[in-house]
Design a binder for this molecule. Sequence first.
Ligand SMILES: Cc1cc2nc3c(=O)[nH]c(=O)nc-3n(C[C@H](O)[C@H](O)[C@H](O)COP(=O)(O)O)c2cc1C
Length: 215
Amino acid sequence: MADLSLHEAIFSARAIRHLKSDPIPRAELEYLVEAATMAPSAGNMQIWSFVVVTDRAQMRRMADAHREVGRKYIRDGVLADPKLDAERRRIYTGAMHNVEHLDAAGAIIVACLTMPCPDDAGVASGLFGSIYPAVQNMILAARSRGLGTVLITLATDHSPIEAEQATPIREILDLPDGVEAVALIPVGLPERRFLRPRRNPWQGALHWDRWSKRS
Ligand SMILES: Cc1cc2nc3c(=O)[nH]c(=O)nc-3n(C[C@H](O)[C@H](O)[C@H](O)COP(=O)(O)O)c2cc1C
């Protein structure tokens, strides 16, 4: 069982994009999915599924699809803008590592959402709010096991450029109608250290009783 404190996991689970390809024991991957399913969801509907991809050929296909989108959107788009600020340039340059090497991980877990009835489809807060707590549980559970992760939405079903992909992830994974890929989560032993994430001072995010009151 995990022996890292929750505090330590929360304060060191930064995005790790350089991961080792060493296989991850099946029981560890199952633990990550079990931890994810402990999350809350609207009405406890649990409209989540997780496709755990360890087959190297499948991982390569996913990497190819993701690379095509990432080169177009990040390398030739976002990073080609000379006005991009230094912090954004750092992040997107890091993201290019995923773009080129998505399959260089122990596994890729794809978080999927089963869309409820079409009438509910517009309630984004209920839909995405019902899967991201599970994804964060997974990220923290992975951290507690010494496994690095990064949350990727590029090339998923809700990415704005998904339609431009030659081989969408959903096709590679055989997702049925009504099930959508929401996040790709490569998992692996980290090639970088776990560190406290760089964040704005938390005090700037805090208001008391009303917006205008800061202290
Ligand atoms: C909704 C969402 C989408 C993201 N999509 C991507 C992505 O497509 N590619 C990527 O490399 N990182 C992606 N990230 C990771 C963010 O870039 C990362 O969480 C942020 O830069 C903070 O990183 P840090 O925790 O290492 O400081 C995404 C994160 C979130 C929450």
